[in-house]
Ligand binder design. Structure first.
Ligand code: FAD
Length: 443
C-alpha cells in the first residue's frame, strides 16, 4: 500500500527530476519524504543549476505533447514556477539542407499533433530579422526559421531554488553531503525487495520506496546495462555593457542545430552561449551497484567539485564560431565561466522512469537526454504516479526498462560522442580539486 504515511527516499532530490518528485509528494500531503543529495538544493552539480534553459514544445517522443502542454500550464500559472518563465519567444533556425529539413519535419510534427498554430514558418532572412531584429547584420544567408511566439527561457537555478523553498515549507527532510550521497541499496534476504539505502557515510535509511534521480551520475551508481550514457555539454558566458544590454533585452532565444544557441542577457547583463554537438563522454572502468565486476561507464566529473575545469579547446572553437555567426558584434568579447554540464542520454532520447526489474520498490528517474529541464514543474507528478502504481500506460511504455534497445552512446544525435580522454584543454586541476578527488576517491 502506498499512501501519505509511506516513507520515500529521493536521491538526487536537489536536482531537476528529484526535486519535482519531492514537490508533488509534498503537495499530495506525504509526511515522510526525505531528499538526499551531494549538494544542497539547488545542487551545484545539477544540470539544472544554470542561468537559463530553453522552454518550448518539443515532440520527440510519444508522450511529449501531453508533457509539454502540462509543463507550459504550470510554468505559466503555478506561483512556484511562473516568476521564472520568460516569454521572449524562440527562433529555431538553420542554413544547412539537413537542418532546414529538420525544421520542416518539426512543423509537420506540430501540425499532426494539432499544434501547427503555435509556430510560424520564416522563409527568408528578412522574415527572420523581423522576428529577431538582433540578428540584423549576422551571417544568416540562406537560413530558414520557425518562430514560437509562446516559447522562451526559464531561469533554471532560481526555479529549482523556488521548489526547494516550497519543500522547506512542507516540512520535507533533507540530508546533504556524505549523509546524502547514494552508496548502495539495502535488499531483503532473498534479494528481491529494496528496503532502503546506505549513504557514503555509512548511514542506513529504511523506506517504503527509494527513488534514484541522480541524473548523469546514475549509470555510475547503479548498473543500468548501458541504457544511459553520461555526456557533457558546454557553455560560456559573456558580459554586455549597459548599452548592449538595452539592445539585446527581450531578444528571443535563438537556436541553430548546426551551431548552438544563446539567450537574452540576464539581470546582470550576462549572455550564455552554447554550441551544438553530440556531447563528450568520460569512459572509465567503474563498478556500479548491481554489477558483479568493474565495467566501462562514462563517469561525470562535476564543475562543482572541480571548479577550475573548463572545456576542451575544440569547444572554444565551436562556441566562437557560433558567436561569430549569430552575435558577430561580440566576436572579440572575453568569455568566462567556461564549463561542462552533465546529462544522461538514452538510445531513443526518452526518459528512463521505471521500477527496477530486480529490486521491487526501487525506482529510477533518469535518462533526461539533455532536454528535460522544461519538465521541472510536471515530471514529478508522473513519477509519483509510478510510485503509486497508477502511471498511465503510454508513459509506462515510453519510460520502461529497455536494455539492448539501442545505442545510448550515439542516441538520436548525428554522431557518437567523443571522449574527454582524447580532447585536451579542459582539465585544470587545482591543488584543492586534486585533494578532493583523492579524498572522495571519485570525481
Ligand atoms: P540533475 O538535475 O543533474 O540532477 C541530478 C542530481 O543528482 C544532482 O542534484 C546531483 O547532485 C545528484 N547526485 C549525483 N550523484 C549523487 C549521489 N551519489 N547521491 C545523491 N545525489 C546525487 N533542458 C531543457 O529543457 N532546455 C534546455 O535548454 C536545456 N539546455 C541544456 C544545456 C546544457 C549545457 C545542459 C548540460 C543541459 C541542458 N538541458 C536542457 C537538459 C536539462 O538540464 C536536464 O535534462 C535536466 O536538468 C536533468 O535533470 P536530472 O534530474 O536528470 O539531473
Amino acid at each position: 500500500m502506498f499512501n501519505i504515511d509511506s516513507s520515500v527516499l529521493i536521491f538526487g532530490g536537489a536536482g531537476t527530476l528529484g526535486s519535482s518528485t519531492a514537490l508533488h509528494l509534498a503537495r499530495k500531503g506525504f509526511r515522510n519524504i526525505h531528499v538526499l543529495d551531494v549538494y544542497p538544493i539547488p545542487s551545484a552539480q545539477s544540470a539544472g543549476n544554470d542561468l537559463n534553459k530553453i522552454m518550448g514544445t518539443s515532440l520527440r517522443n510519444p508522450v511529449d505533447k501531453q508533457l509539454s502542454l502540462e509543463a507550459e500550464d504550470m510554468w505559466s500559472n503555478d506561483p512556484t514556477f511562473s516568476p521564472f518563465y520568460h516569454r521572449s519567444g524562440r527562433l529555431d533556425c538553420c542554413g544547412s539542407p539537413d537542418g532546414i529539413q529538420d525544421l520542416r519535419d518539426t512543423v509537420a510534427k506540430l501540425q499532426q499533433a494539432g499544434l501547427g498554430h503555435t509556430v510560424e514558418w520564416l522563409d527568408t532572412e528578412a522574415q527572420i530579422v523581423q522576428r529577431v531584429p538582433q540578428l540584423a547584420g549576422s551571417d544568416i544567408q540562406g537560413w530558414k526559421g520557425i518562430f514560437f511566439e509562446k516559447g522562451g527561457w526559464l531561469a533554471a537555478a532560481k526555479a529549482i531554488d523556488s521548489v526547494g523553498k516550497e519543500l522547506v515549507r512542507h516540512g520535507v527532510k533533507f540530508s546533504f553531503g556524505d549523509s546524502g550521497v547514494f552508496d548502495s541499496l539495502i535488499l531483503s534476504d532473498d534479494g528481491k525487495n529494496c528496503l532502503g539505502a546506505v549513504t557514503k557515510d555509512g548511514t542506513r535509511y529504511l523506506a517504503d520506496r527509494v527513488v534514484l534521480a541522480s541524473g548523469a551520475w546514475t549509470p555510475s551508481l547503479v548498473d543500468l546495462e548501458d541504457q544511459c550514457c553520461s555526456k557533457a555539454w558546454v557553455y560560456a558566458h559573456m558580459q554586455l555593457t549597459p548599452d548592449e544590454v538595452k539592445a539585446y533585452a527581450g531578444c528571443p532565444v535563438v537556436y541553430n542545430e548546426d551551431l548552438g544557441f544563446f539567450f537574452e542577457p540576464n539581470e546582470n547583463g550576462v549572455i550564455k552561449v552554447c554550441d551544438e554537438f553530440p556531447g563528450f563522454t568520460r569512459y572509465k572502468m567503474h563498478q556500479p551497484f548491481g554489477s558483479p565486476k568493474p565495467i566501462s561507464v562514462s563517469v561525470p566529473r562535476s564543475h562543482a567539485r572541480h571548479p577550475t575545469d573548463t572545456y576542451p579547446h575544440a569547444s572554444e572553437v565551436t562556441i566562437r564560431k557560433a558567436i561569430a555567426a549569430f552575435l558577430p558584434k561580440f566576436k572579440d568579447k572575453e568569455l568566462f565561466n567556461r564549463a561542462m554540464c552533465w546529462c544522461a542520454d538514452t538510445a531513443d532520447a526518452n526518459l528512463l522512469i521505471c521500477e527496477h526489474p530486480l529490486w521491487k520498490n526501487f525506482f529510477l528517474a533518469t535518462g533526461d537526454s539533455g532536454h528535460s529541464f522544461k519538465l521541472l514543474p510536471i515530471i514529478g507528478k508522473h513519477i509519483v504516479e509510478l510510485l503509486a502504481g497508477t502511471l498511465q500506460k503510454d508513459m509506462r511504455e515510453a519510460w520502461r526498462w529497455r536494455p539492448g534497445s539501442g545505442d545510448a552512446r550515439k542516441s538520436v544525435r548525428r554522431a557518437s560522442a567523443k571522449d574527454l580522454a582524447d580532447l585536451p584543454g579542459w582539465k585544470h586541476e587545482s591543488k584543492e580539486s586534486k585533494e578532493s578527488s583523492k579524498e572522495q576517491n571519485k570525481d
